[in-house]
Design a protein around this ligand. Sequence first.
Ligand code: PBG
Length: 328
Amino acid sequence: MSGGFPEVRPRRLRSSAAVRRLVAETTLEPRQLILPMFIREGAREPIAIKSMPGVVQHTRDTARKAIAEAAQLGLGGVMLFGVPEVKDEVGSGALDPAGILNVAIRDAVSEVGDELLVMSDLCLDEFTSHGHCGVLDSAGRVDNDATLSIYAEMGVAQASAGAHVVGPSGMMDGQVGAVRTALDAAGYLDTVILAYAVKFASAFFGPFREAVDSSLQGDRKTYQQDGANARDAIREVDLDIAEGADIVMVKPALAYLDIIRQVRDHVNVPVAAYNISGEYAMVEAAAANGWIDRDQALLETLTSIRRAGADTILTYWAKDAAHLLNHR
Ligand code: PBG
């Protein structure tokens, strides 16, 4: 202090929009955002998902339009989820080339070609009658190794439908290796694996279950991780990279920002984070009540995930954010 006044004034670098723009440490750009989308088999109209205001189960047609728009906005990609009409014990719809997800991948690629990355969720939960991410053994437990061979086939089905990126998300041990081996054997050397490496059993997945008409009873705690554990997250990431993951994901994002930072500091591959359904629903619900400013809140949320260390973010706000970023 000289003469009672501060010598150093951090406020100087906050004093105008122009100077704030110059010194911003964290960037948020449309190319860093991936839009998750749901495509419902047999739908004639898009169907609103009540717990996720503004998100729909698309028809094949509306999905194509939305994907073309995503490309125009300069997004990093779309992550496709299928909602089949019929489910069975083993999730056959996931392997069927005429199954909704494989059809949606083909539609997407015919719409955007290589202009936009088309990514697909590689998991059985949307396709099984019991709603688990894998097949069950005779005791009703999720059978890890029996599931792996199905994931391997599913990966090849998605790659042959044209997916640029596959996202194994079922948390089976060895899933990345099984999918990589199968893709390579089938000649899909350039198909990228975006591994859901770290996935915590989370209450914040709630709205997603409506989004995919999930039939799950019980929980996923025997395969998804325990939110108390950070070291286990690093262990999962190491395994996935050793098995051939090109990009590793942490999911959910907001209750796990510390994990995103630890993973970013630990690995040399790109890190993705999934800003999940419950994180979206909380902001939308508060905004609908007039309790927070939606646009500010979504940009602040996405910025926090980037600042924590995520290179790319899967978010239901991808288009809204791109509009806001392109017009500011
Ligand atoms: C599994 C999968 C889930 C999500 C993405 N992939 C659900 C789960 O593990 O229960 C959740 C996404 C979200 O909540 O937004 N296929």
